[in-house]
Design a protein around this ligand. Structure first.
Ligand code: ACO
Length: 271
């Protein structure tokens, strides 16, 4: 298989649909896939015709985690240099996605294991199928959830749930994942893409500069004191003003106060 086929993407109606595309390997993340994913993210990030990125999986899996043969065994055979290189490649695109210019939605159609929790967390929102199955299988083959995965579950979940998944390696389905708040919502698989389109449509109505600064703020302020966060948010809004050539916030106020053409409590202003 060529490097380019392990990730597929298309842009339609301002949504970039990016897919893990090794269905025959349950979309396990190999070094080849990790390198290609970084290229695809790079290609799409600043395109004017992309407003939202959706990360899905082809076939029965979202991602079966890191490729145990190509990511672990084969790189370990190359020694530390190989291991560190493959770690940089995977952590690199996870990080790129965490701080992506556009809002991102994980569309989890099936299996999501171990290292798959990295990109799951990187996506700003996550919608899954009731039929999806999530698991921290690391413990089943004798390791701890590394590569940031333990941090992901501790950040997203209460301690008992994080500990349960980590120590038992038991699977949970989509509805359990939603109840645990590992994802925003779970819907029947046949409704998954339609629901993701609806959520993307909500995001596409918003000011794109405000979306980028708001999503970064949500990720950043958790580690700050209240005073640090207050200060950071003032500065970030000022930076957002600088980066928004449309002066969206003034226009938003104008359409409400002067034009009375919309109500901010009920939806976005007309861009
Ligand atoms: N790494 C490498 N190869 C994989 C992986 C993986 N993570 N997951 C699946 N594959 C391969 C299988 O080896 C198999 O290859 P083959 O056709 O050449 O024999 C192919 O994908 C299909 O896998 P099956 O096991 O036959 O598919 P099935 O649908 O029966 O089971 C399941 C799917 C449950 C996902 C199973 O493949 C599995 O348990 N995979 C490993 C999941 C896992 O523990 N991932 C690692 C998490 S830890 C981490 O990411 C750090």
């Amino acid at each position: 298989m060529s490097e380019k086929q392990v990730v597929t993407f298309r842009v339609e109606d301002r949504i970039a649909w990016v897919n893990f595309a090794r269905p025959e390997k349950r979309n396990a993340m190999s070094p080849t896939l990790n390198r290609r994913m970084m290229e695809v993210l790079d290609e799409l990030e600043y395109r004017d015709d992309v407003g939202v990125l959706v990360l899905g999986g082809e076939g029965a899996a979202w991602s079966a985690g890191m490729d145990l043969k190509e990511y672990f065994r084969e790189t370990e055979a190359q020694g530390l240099r190989g291991v560190r290189k493959s770690q940089r490649e995977s952590y690199g695109w996870f990080r790129r996605l965490r701080w992506y210019q556009k809002p991102t939605i994980a569309m989890v159609n099936g299996w999501c294991f171990g290292g798959g929790f990295g990109p799951l967390f990187s996506c700003d929102l996550a919608i899954c199928a009731d039929e999806a199955k999530f698991g921290l299988s690391e413990i089943n083959w004798g390791i701890l959830p590394g590569g940031g995965v333990t941090k992901v579950v501790v950040d997203l979940l209460p301690m008992r749930d994080a500990m349960w998944l980590t120590l038992t390696g038991e699977l949970i389905d989509g509805q359990q994942a939603a109840a645990m708040r590992l994802v925003n919502e779970s819907v029947p698989l046949e409704r998954l893409e339609a629901r993701v389109r609806e959520v993307a449509a909500i995001l596409l109505q918003k000011n794109p500069v405000a979306l980028k600064f708001a999503k970064d703020a949500v990720r950043r302020v958790g580690a700050m004191t209240y005073d640090e966060a207050e200060d950071y948010l003032v500065r970030m809004q000022e930076a957002a003003n600088f980066h928004d050539p449309s002066e969206g916030r003034k226009e938003g106020i104008r359409q409400f106060i002067d034009e009375k053409s919309y109500k901010p409590g009920l939806g976005a202003y007309d861009q």
